[in-house]
Ligand binder design. Structure first.
Ligand SMILES: Cc1ncc(COP(=O)(O)O)c(C=O)c1O
Length: 399
């Protein structure tokens, strides 16, 4: 079944496309979802988006904007009201001055990372990228001729990125470092000291830090979120990217942003105009409502993710052959199967035989082929049902 889908959708090379486009790997997540779509009674622990409804006041603001004729383009940097709200919000949150000129509104964090990485990756420039990590960074860097040097993280250390390892990996060719905390697919949250050490060394060595902070509000333990913005004296060497997608459960509305120095934002604005022009105007009004409105909806969602995280960690510890750890953020855990197990084959057989859909670790890099990503952006009931199927099935496997 897998071979069929693979060939149909991704291996039909066509002379029309550039070698770099043809080199984009088939996303491991899509592979599993495609397989699952052909089956009945599947429980998904594979989903990378919130399973909560978008808060009502945000939906109302979107609809209201449409009714009021807010259907034209906004300014290229973003809707002025949204830029003002974001500037105020970031200045307060990180206790430093962030102005409208430090912000570019994009179509989600995806466009933010796309602009930041493809606007800087080039032959001769090396980027340090954690492994495992979110699927888009390495292909984007390579598509633009850049070189990727991976920094592996390990389940034994809760998939914490070791700042010393990152610093030691910087060499003459290193141009940038990609960070993603809380992390997809591991749920790891970097402590402030680690972010500070990397950001400060990078600034000293003239290396740029590209920080994907899309899960910045989904920190499930009692800790202050260490954005790179909090850990740097100036914004010249950092680009922080985030969005409304995960925090406010509105990924389909496609509004995100980049925060950086005024000079970088000026350059990125031009690239943005050539890429998506502007983010959706009514969706930007929905973003204004998200920032102006009552944020207890976010606290409620975080509380529920926390409850699920606690339960999933417990269930993983009761599952034969799975080794977990304590993920502190986002809504993922990447437990390991025994060493040298092929996580892809296990995930596919488990889907076929139990109807539980997870994502194999090799979808996120080369360092965790024996792991599987479980997303707890699923109801507690589905989580319980999924483990009721997984536990006896895994108990029967011989690795
Ligand atoms: C680490 C990471 N960055 C970016 C995104 C995409 O965010 P957005 O919806 O804002 O484009 C995702 C979505 O799963 C993600 O996990």
């Amino acid at each position: 079944m897998y071979d069929e889908i693979d060939k149909e959708e991704y291996e039909g090379h066509n002379q029309m496309w550039t070698p770099s486009l043809q080199a984009i790997p088939m996303p491991g997540i899509r592979r599993m979802i495609n397989m699952a779509a052909k089956m009945d009674d599947v429980i998904h622990l594979s989903i990378g988006q919130p399973n909560f409804p978008t808060p009502q006041h945000i939906i109302e603001a979107n609809i209201e904007a449409l009714r009021e004729g807010q259907t034209g383009y906004t300014m290229d940097a973003g809707l002025p009201e949204l830029l003002t709200e974001l500037a105020e919000y970031y200045s307060k949150r990180y206790n430093r001055e962030i102005t409208e000129d430090n912000i570019l509104v994009t179509s989600g964090a995806t466009e933010g990372m796309f602009l930041a990485l493809s606007g800087t990756a080039a032959p001769g420039r090396q980027f340090l990228v954690p492994d495992p990590t979110f699927t888009m960074y390495a292909p984007l860097i390579r598509m633009n001729g850049g070189e990727v040097k991976t920094i592996p993280t390990r389940p034994e250390n809760g998939h914490q990125l070791d700042p010393q390892q990152v610093i030691d990996a910087i060499d003459m060719r290193t141009f940038g470092i990609v960070l993603n905390s809380p992390a997809n697919p591991t749920g790891a949250v970097m402590p402030k000291e680690a972010v500070e050490a990397i950001v400060q060394e990078a600034a000293y060595r003239g290396v740029y830090v590209f920080s994907d902070e899309v899960y910045d509000h989904l920190v499930l333990d009692d800790m202050e979120y260490p954005s790179v913005i909090r850990c740097t004296s100036d914004l010249d060497h950092v680009m922080a990217v985030s969005s409304f997608s995960k925090t406010f459960a509105m990924p389909g509305l496609r509004v995100g942003w980049i925060i950086s120095s005024q000079g970088a934002i000026k350059k990125l604005r031009r690239y943005h105009m050539f890429t998506t022009s502007v983010a959706s105007t009514p969706a930007q009004w929905a973003g204004v409502a998200a920032l102006r409105g009552d944020r207890s909806c976010v606290d409620d969602m975080v509380e529920e993710y926390r409850r699920r995280r606690d339960r999933v960690v417990q269930l993983v510890s009761e599952t034969p052959h799975l080794t977990g750890y304590w993920p502190q953020g986002a809504f993922y855990i990447l437990p390991a199967l025994p060493p040298n197990t092929d996580g892809t084959s296990v995930a596919m057989r488990m889907l076929e035989e139990t109807g539980v859909c997870v994502v194999p670790g090799d979808a996120f890099g080369d360092s965790c082929p024996n792991s599987i990503r479980l997303s707890y952006s699923a109801s507690m009931e589905d989580i319980e049902r999924a483990f009721e199927r997984m536990i006896p099935w895994l108990a029967k496997q011989k690795f």
